[in-house]
Structures are given as structure tokens and as C-alpha cells.
Design a protein around this ligand. Structure first.
Ligand code: GLC
Length: 536
């Protein structure tokens, strides 16, 4: 896209929407969402909500030990979700509407059912043995090092037939590929080409900072700040991950990935990355030659405090290289819903305004536009391995409940009992009901997205925090070529009086409370949990 002279990419100006395919729309009555279901909801995405790109979590053949993040074939579709022809139709339907399609790329590990691993584990002499990370036991028979897995237990499993351990930092059914082997690199870059040839516009890259491990696989040190009360099997939580993630050598691989993306026009690489700012920022590449969007999860991990949020945004803005484009995420399929995390519906509305008015690409997680809260999952229905292994309070199922379309049984998601239950308030918290309600969360999202689309200041303008003069208020201005938009967000449960001198009268363009009209920015009253977007 080009806006008055300066060209911007679609992944800079657009809003990304994450779909968890299992939970979006079931089209064939098996209680699990599928690709044909997503096609049925394409008009919702484009016309009702108005997003610009969809990111699909994995839909590839998988035994589902980690709900699709254990991939048995990178270049096909699991029959549960459809087939390649349906995927092609999905891309065509999306592109016909001007929607971009981003797919998940899971390069760190495969399923233990992937043909590569089956061959690799067959014998120590297998030509694919070195495609995975195999090591002899220690003399006492124990694992090669002390690393723990994210979902509990050790990161190594012994293969009795060949007498060696293989590495897996997630469940044992997710053996890790050896990216030090050039054949693995070649095969995995070809996976990117396979999907780009089918028309995909970009990739969200799973745990991409884990691709390379310490060459000597040294023991990780203990974490002196490990939280108290971790379950005994949470070895991972008790360690620093000094030697298992974020090794300097990973950047060479990411540059190769980026070169592969650049073989096709205007594709985007989005990385799932954590870590402190100085290390995280390196994933843009020294010359902008790595990822265009290393995911920025910082706001997602903060408490609902204006000062903390502002400090995080300001630190990010200060740390970005000149070519680095910011992005913000408030929730995804791995975290509790933010309407629950931030304290309720009122906070969720202000959070939506924050996400959709900051400088940088916003990613909206499906269902957040309805204000979905954490699902109540009965203990016997917990399916996520993290919840099964580390305790019910850790289950990610709470954020993966079905999308709620209308007040029919199963919320219009499916004709049968879905794989996870719909939320108890689905009869009111659904798309059809909220479309009729001018004060609904969905109406607010539609308005915020439409206003962002129509405003160059919000899409590409600069960001500057404003001194609001009262605690618990985050105010900032977005500005380009004389167009200015001011956001004033009250995180308090009480009304506040805010002074934003120098801006004169503001015209409210979006309000979380339904307020309209003109206001004096130098003497502005904000209701409890009220957010305002104003043009000047
Ligand atoms: C990422 C995914 C998560 C998955 C894990 C292993 O963190 O977001 O859902 O369990 O990687 O692939």
C-alpha cells in the first residue's frame, strides 16, 4: 500500500486477526472447526469486522498431542480440517476480498509421527539420524543434560531400541529438528516455498528463537527468581534457559528464512519471540534483514496499570531500530483471555482501544472482539498438555473455546457438542446479538478498526506519550502530516480530570462509553474505565 508518497506494506497498515481453526467454525458436524468453516465466515472477517489479514494456527496433519503444533507433514492439511483444495479455495476467497493469509510455521520440532522422525529413530545409522538431536545417556543412564520441557518433565526421552535420548522441549511427541544440519535447513526452507507458491502472504513462526541450541548442550543454570510453589515436575520453571534458547547463531538461520521469504514479493515473517528488549530487538536484523515483525508480547504480560503499559510502549519505541516496525499483541491461544486477565469487560474495552490505536501492527485474537472471557473447563475436559501436566490453572483450553456466532445451541459454532464448551453467557455474548447492540464490544471493535483504516495518523503516524497529570491515565498522540489523533485512556475505576494542554478542542471519534461530541482537551473528564479517541 502506498499513502501519499511514502510506501507502507500491508503488514504495517493492516490489522491481523488470529484464527484458531479448531474453534472458529465447524462446517461438517464433528464438533471441531475446519477450513471450510473459515470460508463460510469470510464476509464476517472482511465486511463486518474489517480486518486486513488472517493468521491461521496449524491445520496440518497432526496426531494433536499439542493440538496441531506437532506436525506430521508440513505440506498437507489434516483431514479433520479439510484438504489442500479447500485451503486453495480459502486463499482464493480471502484474496478476492483483499484479505491476506498468514499461516503458522513450526520449524523447531515435528511430530514423532513425521516420516523424518520415524526414519531417524529407526537406527543409529539412519540417513536421517542427524536430522534430530540424539545423544547418548550419561554413564549412569540419565539424560544428556538437565534441561526441562515447557510442559513439565525432562526435555529428553530415551528411545530404548537405539539406546539414545532425543531432545524435545515440549511434549515427547514433539522431537526437535537439528538446524545445524544443512539438509534440515534446505528441507525446511522448501516448506516456506511450498506455501508461498500456494499464495500465502506470510508466516507466524513458532518458537523461532529455539532453533539453535548451545553447540555443547551445556546444563542450564538454576533460576534464582523461580516462583515458589511450582509443581515438582516443572524443571523448566526452575531454570534459566541460557543454553536452550536465543543463541547468537540463530540469527544466521533467520536471515536465511528471510531471504527465502524475499524470493516472493511482499511476504511477511512474524516471529514468536520472548526475552528482554536488547536481545529481542536483534530479531529485526542489523539491517532489517531478519523478521519484519518479531511478536511483541510485552503488554500481554503486564498487569492492568497505565504507568506499566506506557513504560513498556515508550521503552519499545526507544529501542526500535529506524527500520523496525512495532507491533502489539494482547492475547493469543497460549494465554488466558485478556477480558479475564485485565479484570473485566470495562477494562477489556479500554484495552481494545489501546491495541487498535498504538503505533504498530495490532493482532486481534478471535473472540476478543466479543469480550470473550476464560472458558470454564471441567477438570475431566482439560485437553491441553500444559494443563494436563502442570495443573488445571495452567490449561490453555480456557482461551480456545469456540467462537460464538449466535444464540443457537453451541452458539452456531457446531451442530454437535464441540471439543471445548462454549461460554455460559453465549446467548448474549455472540456476534448476532452484539451486531444489534450499539454499545457492544463488537460494535466498539468495528468502529475502532474502521476509524484506524480511515486515519493515516493511526495507521502510520508518529507516537508520543502525553503527560496527563493524574495517575492511572495513559494518553498519547498519533500524528502525521498535520493530522492528529489523541487517545486518553482511564485505567482507574474512578472518574478523573485530565489536562492535555496545547491541543484545544477535540472531536470524539471513538469512545468506549458511547460518548459523542466535542470536548476541551485541556480540561477533560474521563468516566471510570473510559477511553476516548479524539481528532483535533
Ligand atoms: C508455541 C505455540 C504453542 C505451542 C508451542 C510448541 O509457543 O504458540 O501453542 O504449544 O509453541 O509448538
Amino acid at each position: 500500500m502506498s499513502t501519499e508518497g511514502k510506501p507502507y506494506h500491508w503488514w504495517q497498515t493492516g490489522v491481523v486477526y488470529q484464527i484458531y481453526p479448531r474453534s472458529f467454525q465447524d462446517s461438517n458436524g464433528d464438533g471441531i472447526g475446519d477450513l471450510a468453516g473459515i470460508i463460510l465466515r469470510m464476509d464476517y472477517l472482511k465486511d463486518t469486522l474489517g480486518v486486513d489479514a488472517i493468521w491461521l494456527s496449524p491445520f496440518y496433519p497432526s496426531p494433536m498431542a499439542d493440538f496441531g503444533y506437532d506436525i506430521a507433514d508440513y505440506c498437507d492439511v489434516d483431514p479433520m480440517f479439510g484438504d489442500l483444495a479447500t485451503f486453495d479455495r480459502l486463499v482464493a476467497e480471502a484474496h478476492r476480498r483483499g484479505l491476506k493469509v498468514i499461516v503458522d510455521y513450526v520449524p523447531n520440532h515435528t511430530s514423532d509421527q513425521h516420516a523424518w522422525f520415524v526414519e531417524s529413530r529407526a537406527s543409529r545409522q539412519s540417513p536421517k539420524r542427524d536430522w534430530y538431536i540424539w545423544r547418548d545417556p550419561k554413564p549412569d543412564g540419565s539424560p544428556p543434560n538437565n534441561w526441562g520441557g515447557f510442559f513439565g518433565g525432562p526435555a529428553w526421552t530415551l528411545d530404548p531400541a537405539t539406546g539414545q535420548y532425543y531432545l524435545h522441549q515440549f511434549v515427547p511427541e514433539q522431537p526437535e529438528l537439528n538446524w545445524r544440519n544443512p539438509d534440515v535447513v534446505r528441507a525446511m526452507l522448501d516448506v516456506l516455498r511450498f506455501w508461498m507458491r500456494r499464495g500465502v502472504d506470510g508466516f507466524r513462526m513458532d518458537v523461532v528463537g529455539l532453533l539453535i541450541k548451545d553447540a555443547e548442550l551445556r546444563d542450564n543454570p538454576p533460576n534464582p527468581n523461580a516462583p515458589a510453589g511450582l509443581p515438582p515436575n516443572d524443571i523448566f520453571g526452575r531454570q534459566l534457559h541460557t543454553y536452550s534458547e536465543d543463541q547468537d547463531e540463530v540469527h544466521d538461520l533467520i536471515r536465511q528464512i528471510r531471504c527465502t521469504l524475499d524470493e516472493f514479493p511482499d511476504r511477511v515473517g512474524i516471529g514468536e519471540l520472548w526475552g528482554d528488549l536488547p536481545r529481542w530487538v536483534k530479531y529485526y536484523g542489523e539491517h532489517g534483514d531478519e523478521l519484519q515483525l518479531p511478536f511483541n508480547f510485552r503488554l500481554m504480560h503486564l498487569p492492568w496499570k497505565a504507568e506499566a503499559m506506557q513504560a513498556s510502549v515508550d521503552a519499545l519505541e526507544a529501542a526500535l531500530p529506524p527500520f523496525g516496525w512495532p507491533n502489539y499483541v494482547l492475547s493469543n491461544h497460549d494465554q488466558p483471555r485478556f477480558a479475564s486477565r485485565y479484570g473485566g469487560q470495562a477494562q477489556a474495552r479500554v484495552a481494545a482501544m489501546l491495541l487498535l490505536s498504538l503505533r504498530g501492527t495490532p493482532t486481534v485474537y478471535y473472540g476478543d472482539e466479543l469480550g470473550l472471557e476464560n472458558g470454564l473447563i471441567p477438570p475431566h475436559k482439560i485437553q491441553d498438555p500444559q494443563g494436563v501436566n502442570l495443573g488445571a490453572h495452567r490449561t490453555r483450553d480456557v482461551a480456545r473455546t469456540p467462537m460464538q456466532w449466535d444464540a443457537r445451541p453451541q452458539a452456531g459454532f457446531s451442530s454437535v457438542e464441540p471439543w471445548l464448551p462454549v461460554t455460559s453467557d453465549f446467548e448474549v455474548r455472540n456476534v448476532a446479538a452484539q451486531l444489534q447492540d450499539p454499545s457492544s464490544v463488537l460494535t466498539l471493535y468495528r468502529r475502532l478498526i474502521a476509524v484506524r483504516r480511515g486515519s493515516r495518523a493511526l495507521q502510520v503516524g508518529s507516537y508520543r506519550a502525553l503527560e496527563a497529570g493524574v495517575p492511572g491515565v495513559f494518553a498519547f498522540v498519533r500524528e502525521v502530516d498535520g493530522e492528529r489523533v489523541v487517545a486518553a485512556l482511564n485505567f482507574n475505576a474512578e472518574p478523573v480530570q485530565v489536562a492535555l494542554p496545547g491541543f484545544g478542542a477535540g472531536q470524539i471519534v471513538v469512545s468506549t462509553s458511547g460518548r459523542e461530541g466535542e470536548v476541551a482537551t485541556a480540561d477533560l473528564t474521563l468516566a471510570p474505565h473510559e477511553g476516548l479517541l479524539m481528532t483535533l
